[in-house]
Structure formats: C-alpha cells, structure tokens
Design a protein. Structure first.
Length: 228
C-alpha cells in the first residue's frame, strides 16, 4: 500500500511539473510524445502516461498517425481504453473543425487554399471517401457533401447527386475529391471518367467543375484532368 502511494505521489509530482512547464513555456518546449503524455493525464489518472505515450506512438509509427487513427483502432492498443481513445479523437476533430472554420473565411481562389481545406477535411475519414465542395460566384464556400464514405456506392449516381445539391445551393462552382489508400496521387481511370461525367452534368446547368483532388496520407493534389 505504501509503495502504491509513493508511486502515485511520484506521478503526481511529475505531472504537476510538466503542466507548470507547459503553462510557462507553451507547447514548443515539448516533444510531440510529451504533449500526448500530458493529454493522457485527463483520461488516465494513476499510471505513467509517459510510457503509454511512447507505446501508442511506437504502435502507430508517429504521433501524427495516432491523431489520424479511428477510435476503434486506438482501443486496440494495450492500456488505451475508450475514454483515452475518445479524448484523442475529440482533440483531432476540434482542431480539424477550427482549421476548416478558418479556411472558409476567404475565397477558394488558389490551389493552396483548396488543398489545405480538403486535406484537413479528410482527417479521420474512411479511405475511399468521395467529397464535393460547393462554391458561390465569388468562390466563397457554401457547403461540403460526403458523396461516398468508402462503402459500396453506385458511382453512376454521383453526377446526379452532386448536380442536385449544387442546384439547391445555387452554387456556381464545384470541386470534387477522393482519398486513395495506396498513397498514389495519380488519378485512376475511374477517377478521370467520373470527373468527366460530373463536369458534363454540371456544365449543362451552367455550373463549373473547377477540379478534382486526390487525397493521400500526406498530400492533396489537383489532377487537372477531365474527360468530356
């Protein structure tokens, strides 16, 4: 019993020192795994979260992949329960939403702005997801639509689905994107054909398909390829 009390006292003292250092110096004073260690203070009350942070990071190869992982994947790691997994997922999604909110305040008039928004939008999403963005005549953001979430959908229904959404929003421009599982940024034949079909459907109503973007683990690249 005394040993357990001493261990808890040591952990409590270490946590207090770490949090005071964070309050004084900010996040730049820490390694990425140390920030994860401190985050876990709020879900793991009595254990050495430094070791746990290393264990999680090693399991996913990097802290970045930890925050990109699905909640159920996180719970497969020894010592990570649902509470810790949800906390990590919530932190990712809070940051993601803040980034997206910031991105939509200015026109999407460059590839950089579009790529940044799309890449952040896909964080935590199922690989194979198809998304459409709708913009007004000034290239201001109207809405994003999950066309497919990686399950078995009929791709031939995408042009009509996107067209009807564009009409309902009175959009003038549309951007489509698709996440690849193999980290290949080149569009597949199917990607190019689908983009052409969507472009034709939209064009018949005076709506322009600006571009198609391919999203991978590390990149978001415009294809600049269309088949009419």
């Amino acid at each position: 019993m005394n040993k357990n009390k001493n261990e808890r006292s040591v952990h409590a003292g270490h946590r207090e020192r770490m949090l005071k250092k964070y309050d004084k110096l900010g996040a730049d004073a820490f390694e990425a795994h140390e920030l994860l260690e401190m985050l876990l203070y709020f879900s793991i009350s009595r254990h050495n979260t430094n070791e746990q942070a290393h264990h999680i990071t090693d399991s996913f190869d990097s802290v970045e992949k930890v925050f990109s992982a699905k909640t159920d994947a996180l719970t497969q790691i020894s010592g990570i329960g649902e509470k810790s997994a949800r906390l990590i997922s919530l932190c990712r999604d809070c940051f993601r939403n803040l980034e997206l909110s910031h991105s939509v305040k200015t026109p999407f008039d460059t590839n950089f702005k579009r790529s940044r928004y799309i890449y952040n939008w896909y964080k935590g999403k199922t690989v194979g997801t198809v998304m459409a963005m709708f913009l007004d005549e000034k290239l201001m953001f109207l809405e994003s639509l999950t066309v497919s979430s990686g399950k078995m959908f009929r791709a031939e229904s995408y042009p009509e689905l996107i067209l009807q959404k564009a009409i309902s929003l009175k959009a003038k421009f549309v951007i489509i994107s698709h996440s690849h599982s193999n980290n290949c940024t080149n569009p597949s034949v199917e990607d190019i054909l689908l983009a052409g079909q969507i472009r034709t459907a939209l064009g018949a109503h005076g709506i322009e398909l600006i571009n198609q973007y391919i999203v991978t683990e590390f990149d978001c690249i415009p294809t600049n390829n269309f088949n009419n």
